[in-house]
Design a protein around this ligand. Structure first.
Ligand code: TYM
Length: 474
């Protein structure tokens, strides 16, 4: 057992917490290598996560093994860094102490967004004249900003457009990244509207230890995965910042306008930047904000600045758009609306999101059927009991079971999902059987994706990424 009861980091300096964190990381590794008792590993992981949250709160920096805290530490003062005991959710870190995952109801209150309730889902169904996507029916997209205004406008025959994005930090995207893209594709189909997709190769160059060439290459590779989701080339513009910024005066004019209206203090408060962050990071939020304004794309919107933007993304990206919405009226533009998704959890449990920087936490879009099977069987955190007898008697816990959580994202049939929930909770269904259902669901989804990706040629990427008019008249 580790010494994880109580608050192990109260009163410690940044360097002391850093050292404690490093030791705790080692401890988790040792326990895992020794195949220690699951409860002991879980407790050690919980303490590790808590220390990471405390470290970020105290230093404003993410913990990185081998990188001790720098001298210029500041207390991050709002939004992302949270009150004692709250979950940590920002564009770089998602962590919670709860095996059930982030408390999304609490997050809505803290971020000041609105819940997607049944009334809104019903309204969307009424407006589009068809059943809502399973992500809406099941609360995977759970929060919004101004979606009712978008629907009001749409009902009055006013168009809007979609904007989403990807930070190309590596060649391979993971299944979690598919969530916003699958949903965006559905929105594009049901509303029949333009879509712009930003590839922030500049962001990844600034944040990661990568060359500009790496980031640009990853942008093109990631664009292929995005195209393989089925977007319509006549309705979609995909752009890399490193390319488009230099060729579009309209885009850059908006970036500069935003930069003029947001202070260093504000971005420090929103993103937790410190004095030792490079100035590229400090001004980057303006670049992620700019596509929210339609005149950043004069070729699509004929220079109009009043076309409303709707942004589907996971809620980790909300800090960028809180800033965007704050600045919009001050520079004469409409505020973008948002639809926020929950996180697709890491294989090891819902305490963190699936993240490409931890290969064992993720199922990649490049994984083979065998790799998927091995990862699910080996790593997917189980809510089942330790022995078959106990499981049959007491049943499993679907609220913490990762295989079940993944099925809630990918299994289309609501009735089948409910039956699995009941059978697993009653003990009729065993962990191995549940994992097999997940494997059987994921393998064809990933294989089909890989097939579609193979069909995406360099020419098609070029077509999607060429600034041009789309099939809409403005
Ligand atoms: P990135 O590359 O980290 O993530 C791309 C999109 O995937 C979402 N996401 C997830 N969704 C569910 N479960 C997960 N485990 C998970 N991990 C990531 C992200 O919320 C995002 O929607 N800075 C951005 C790129 C960007 C962007 C945007 C994203 C630029 N403009 C507009 C959304 C909307 C980034 O690095 O995303």
């Amino acid at each position: 057992m580790t010494d994880c009861e109580g608050d192990g980091s109260v009163g410690l300096t940044p360097v002391e917490i850093y050292e404690k964190l490093s030791a705790q990381g080692d401890q988790v590794r040792v326990l895992k290598t020794q195949k220690a008792d699951k409860a002991d590993i879980d407790t050690a992981v919980q303490l590790l996560l808590k220390l990471k949250v405390d470290y970020k709160k105290l230093t404003g920096q993410d913990y990185k093994a081998g990188c001790p805290p720098t001298d210029n530490v500041v207390q991050s003062d709002n939004g992302p860094a949270s009150e004692e005991g709250d979950d940590l959710v920002d564009p770089w870190t998602v962590s919670t102490n709860s095996a059930k995952g982030v408390d999304y109801d609490k997050l809505i209150v803290r971020f000041g967004s609105s819940k997607i309730d049944q009334e809104l889902v019903d309204r969307i169904e009424k407006v589009i004249g068809q059943r809502a996507h399973r992500f809406l029916r099941r609360g995977k997209f759970f929060s919004h900003r101004d979606m009712n205004l978008v629907l009001d406008a749409y009902e009055n025959k006013k168009s809007f457009y979609l904007y989403t994005g990807r930070g190309p930090s590596s060649q391979a995207m993971h299944v979690g990244h598919l969530i916003p893209f699958i949903f965006t594709k559905w929105l594009q189909d049901v509303f029949d509207i333009p879509l712009v997709i930003q590839l922030t190769d500049d962001e990844k160059y600034l944040w990661k230890d990568l060359t500009l060439e790496d980031c640009q290459r990853f942008a093109v590779e990631n664009a292929k995965d995005i195209i393989a989701c089925g977007f319509d080339v006549n309705k979609t513009f995909i752009f890399s910042d490193l390319e488009y910024m230099g060729s579009s005066p309209s885009f850059y004019r908006n970036v500069v306008k935003i930069q003029k209206h947001v202070t260093f203090n504000q971005v420090k408060g929103i993103f937790g930047f410190t004095d030792s962050d490079c100035i590229g990071k400090i001004s980057f939020p303006a670049i992620q904000a700019a596509p929210s304004f339609s005149n950043s794309f004069p070729q699509i919107f004929n220079d109009r600045k009043d076309v409303t933007c709707l942004i589907p993304c996971a809620i980790d990206q909300d800090p960028y758009f809180r800033m965007t919405r704050d600045v919009a009226p001050r520079i004469g533009y409409p505020k973008p609306a948002l639809l926020h998704s929950t996180f697709f959890p890491a294989l090891q449990g819902a305490q963190t999101k699936m993240s490409a920087s931890d290969a064992n936490s993720s199922i990649f879009l490049t994984d083979t059927p065998k790799q998927i099977k091995t990862k699910v069987n080996k790593y997917a955190f189980s809510g089942g009991k330790d022995t078959i007898e106990e499981h049959r008697k007491h049943g499993g816990n679907t609220e913490v079971d990762v295989a079940f959580m993944y099925l809630t994202f990918f299994l289309e049939d609501d009735e089948q999902l409910e039956k699995i929930r009941q059978d697993y909770s009653s003990g009729a269904l065993l962990t191995g059987e549940l994992k097999k259902m997940l494997i059987d669901t994921l393998q064809p989804i990933i294989s089909t994706h890989q097939e579609r990706r193979k069909q995406v040629t360099e020419d098609m990427v070029k077509q999607f990424m060429t600034p041009r008019k789309l099939d809409f008249n403005y």
